[in-house]
Design a protein. Structure first.
Length: 282
């Protein structure tokens, strides 16, 4: 007996189950040359193709890797279809036969924290629970907000048909006409925050996501760099998604340092034997 093709491809990190279903409905996926159907069973020796190209279906040797990436506003692509190429994906580690799947990807003109995993099931599980997660945004506006505008934002009312849950709004510095505020929401997307600001008569000049669920983007993480979540952080995400990883999550090297091009390992260089007491230094 085989397993459903959606489940197999998601577990292998090819794409999320929803994305695989869309491929099937569009007639893009085939099993042994025959167009796949929803719920089709995939066996060990079956050959899968997407748009005529072979898809490598390999069971992961370890649990999926999960990374956070500091995305530059307006400069990098993060398509919802992880099979498409984008500048962001090109900077992540290359993984044999697997794809990176974003969790609630940001719009092109916004930046900050992108959460990506090679486990399509994990991405899908987190998306199902997105409405329950605390999402933090750093918002830059033109001018200091009035009490009326703050109250309007706090209400979370976009229009008669749309409302988001805003937990708090805190000033976060700035000077002149540029003022920053930290907006804590429950399950809001970046586009929801833009719509809320527009409905409140507020001009947003920059929006950065800085927190998604338990994951925070540290100030030390430079733009266009990634960090692999440690096993404890990854396990927490699996717990939120209602899943249990079969083995410990995989660790990947950090992205290179912008200044040196070397990997940051956190270790001090070994200088033993290079200097002797009393020796003249160059």
């Amino acid at each position: 007996m085989g397993e459903r093709i959606q489940k197999v491809l998601a577990r292998a990190g090819v794409a999320s189950r929803r994305q695989v279903e869309e491929w099937i409905k569009a007639g893009r996926l085939a099993i042994n040359g025959v167009p796949a159907t929803l719920g089709a069973q995939l066996r060990a020796r079956d050959k899968v193709t997407l748009d005529g190209r072979a898809v490598r279906v390999r069971e992961p040797e370890s649990a999926a890797a999960v990374v956070i990436y500091h995305r530059t506003p307006g400069r990098e692509l993060a398509p919802s279809d992880a099979a498409e190429s984008g500048r962001l994906f090109d900077k992540l580690p290359k993984r044999a036969g697997r794809r990176w799947v974003p969790v609630s990807p940001l719009p092109p003109n916004d930046g900050g924290l992108e959460l990506l995993t090679s486990d399509g099931d994990l991405a899908q599980g987190l998306m199902r629970r997105l409405a329950t997660l605390r999402i933090l945004f750093s918002v830059r506006v033109r001018g200091e907000l009035s009490q009326e505008q703050l109250a309007r934002l706090q209400s979370g009312v976009i229009d008669e048909a749309a409302t988001i849950e805003v937990e708090s709004i805190e000033p976060a510095g700035g000077e002149g006409t540029n003022r920053w505020y930290t907006l804590s929401t429950r399950g809001a997307r970046a586009r929801d925050v833009h719509r809320l600001a527009q409905a409140s008569g507020i001009d947003v000049s920059r929006l950065m996501r800085i927190g998604l669920g338990p994951v925070r983007m540290e100030r030390a993480l430079a733009r266009e760099r990634f960090r692999t979540l440690n096993p404890g952080e990854s396990a927490h995400l699996y717990e939120i998604a209602g899943m249990t990883p079969s083995v410990q999550p995989e660790r990947l090297a950090r992205s290179p340092s912008r200044r040196t091009g070397k990997h940051r390992t956190g270790r001090k260089p070994d200088t033993r034997g290079r200097r002797q007491r009393g020796a003249r230094q160059p």
